[in-house]
Design a protein around this ligand. Structure first.
Ligand code: BTN
Length: 258
């Protein structure tokens, strides 16, 4: 059984101004997304992070379940962004997650559109963003990040062929603590750059493994097949079909085809 994380191991000397300066830790809870909503109702400050040792009802994109047994990383970051920043939050989260995985594990993560982080072609991290719109503004955004750590994927038939996990090495310290600290620092750096008007989109697009590949994209009942030519600034994937038609896919899932 994985040890409980100790929030002060994460916050101690953490070089951020606000992201992760307050961490609320639960050994086990249904989902950090719901806990974050409750904290927002109690007036949580921007950058508050909810972390779970284990989620019993982890939420994935498109109403899917997200497995996060003890030992995994499951966290949600509370933000109160300007509405103009919202389309770019997924880019901030994906780049930050990829960079922290690379820095700490030495693996070479890639981003699969729209927001999966892969190592060796398999999913090691998923990101879920929930935004609450109020009139013309955003009341809050919750950035949920799940990273597979020390997970024996073969024990879970539903993900055995598609998921990967980071393995703690012989080095000292808890791999989860190192990744979370790095993630929070990278996230704040990119989020502040975004709020300062820096273009995040190009860095995200350059890390997309999807570009140039033959793909099948599913968006609602709609299926689009072709070559993923690019992604535009709004985050949409641009697919050119065999007949030359160009389709912009704004939301959905893609399968990479050989
Ligand atoms: C996906 O790839 O479908 C997104 C997975 C997001 C999982 C994370 S784990 C922390 C946070 N809490 C949840 O219930 N889901 C997100």
């Amino acid at each position: 059984m994985a040890k409980d994380l100790i929030p002060s191991d994460i916050t101690s000397g953490l070089s951020t101004a606000f992201i992760g300066q307050k961490i609320i830790y639960y050994s086990s809870l249904p989902s950090t997304m719901d806990a974050a909503r409750q904290e927002i109702q109690q007036g949580a400050a921007e950058g508050t992070v909810i972390i779970a040792g284990n989620q019993t009802a982890g939420k994935g994109r498109r109403e899917r379940q997200w497995l996060s047994p003890p030992g995994n990383i499951a966290l949600s970051i509370i933000l109160y962004p300007d509405i103009k920043a919202v389309p770019y939050l997924i880019m901030v989260a994906s780049i930050a997650a990829g960079q922290s995985i690379e820095a700490i594990s030495g693996r070479c993560p890639q981003i699969k559109w729209p927001n999966d982080i892969l190592v060796d072609g398999k999913k090691v991290c998923g990101i879920l963003i929930e935004n609450e719109v109020k009139g013309n503004n955003i009341a809050f955004s919750i950035i949920g990040i799940g990273i597979n750590v020390d997970l024996n994927v073969a024990d879970y038939p539903e993900i055995a062929n598609t998921a990967a996990s980071l393995k703690p090495g012989p080095g000292k310290g808890d791999l989860r603590v190192k990744i979370i600290r790095s993630l929070l620092i990278e996230f704040e750096k990119l989020y502040c750059q975004l709020l300062d008007g820096k273009v995040i989109f190009e860095a995200w697009r350059n890390k997309l493994v999807t570009i140039g590949k033959k793909v099948r994209a599913t968006s609602g009942n709609h299926i689009v097949e072709g070559i993923a030519e690019s992604a535009d600034e709004s985050g949409a994937l641009i697919i050119r079909g065999a007949d030359g038609t160009v389709t912009k896919v704004v939301a959905g899932d893609v399968t990479l085809r050989e």
